[in-house]
Design a protein around this ligand. Structure first.
Ligand code: NDP
Length: 252
């Protein structure tokens, strides 16, 4: 039996693809032959760099400025992708933000912006994408969760709530969509070296590393490979799961 990704020619949408983990996912899926459209929020320079990097590798990526917290913008963007590509095979809900603060001091905006992006963004994307996947009777959805969704941490109640919700949405969607052969899973990263985790790594480097079984941070590519597995033919009997890619951090 050979290892076959089956990704050649697949149409993929990746949210938050201009930096960090999302960028690594875009590059890996494009390198496997996917036609990737990725969304970014505001950093057009970073998005253009990704498009150029993918083209340099002989792949195909298209950037669109779409705020996943904006439902109407998501609907319009998904329709544009479907018009251009005539199908949607893969959706990776990667866009996410943090606004850390101790709960008693947390501002309304620190709660609403995190929930609107991390949870609302998933709903805003899956609702317009699902009808296309249902009519195709195939599709893969991967949501980016976090160890924070199941492991207690100070100053992250808003973020933890959002990622716990992502796990719950993943399971509910897996149940709803299995009859149409649409598989839904989540990847829960530990501490990955991106802009998002910079503050945590700066403030408590030794303390955090000592709690990771493998004693090092993860790379964006570690997460991209897990996502690529879940959208590939190699994971055709996997649905409703949260895959921890965290160097053993959750075990602590
Ligand atoms: P980064 O902050 O490095 O990158 C975030 C990306 O998401 C950027 O491309 C950004 O675009 C985009 N983005 C943010 N908000 C929106 C929005 N409203 N609409 C569209 N795009 C948006 O994050 P990471 O790569 O580190 O994280 C990716 C995912 O992984 C997130 O869901 C995060 O919660 C999760 N995760 C990360 C961990 C880590 O240690 N890094 C650990 C656990 C989970 P722009 O550049 O235009 O702002």
């Amino acid at each position: 039996m050979a290892f076959e990704s089956g990704l050649q020619g697949k149409v993929a949408i990746v949210t938050g693809g201009s930096r960090g983990i999302g960028r690594a996912i875009v590059e890996l899926l494009a390198s496997q032959g996917c036609d990737v459209t990725f969304f970014y929020r505001g950093n057009a320079g970073a998005a253009n760099e990704v498009v150029a990097a993918v083209a340099g590798l002989g792949g195909k990526a298209t950037a669109m400025q779409v705020d996943v917290a904006d439902s109407a913008a998501c609907i319009a963007a998904v329709e544009q992708v479907a018009d251009r590509c005539e199908r949607i095979d893969i959706l990776v809900n990667n866009a996410g933000i943090v606004r850390d603060n101790l709960t008693a001091a947390m501002e309304d905006d620190e709660i609403s912006s995190v929930l609107n992006t991390n949870v609302g963004g998933v709903f805003n994307m899956v609702r317009p994408v699902i009808p296309f996947m249902m009519s195709q009777r195939s599709g893969r959805i991967v949501n980016l969760s976090s160890v924070a969704g199941s492991k207690a941490g100070r100053g992250q109640a808003n973020y933890a709530a959002s990622k716990g919700a992502v796990d719950a949405i993943t399971r509910a969607l897996a149940v709803e969509l299995a009859p149409r052969k649409i598989l839904v899973n989540a990847v829960a990263p530990g501490v990955i070296e991106t802009d998002m985790s910079q503050q945590v790594r700066d403030l408590a480097d030794d303390q955090v590393k000592s709690r990771i079984l493998l004693k090092r941070y993860g790379q964006a590519s570690d997460i991209a490979q897990a996502v690529a597995f879940l959208v590939s033919d190699m994971a055709s009997y996997v649905t409703g799961q949260v895959l921890y890619v965290d160097g053993g951090f959750k075990m602590d």
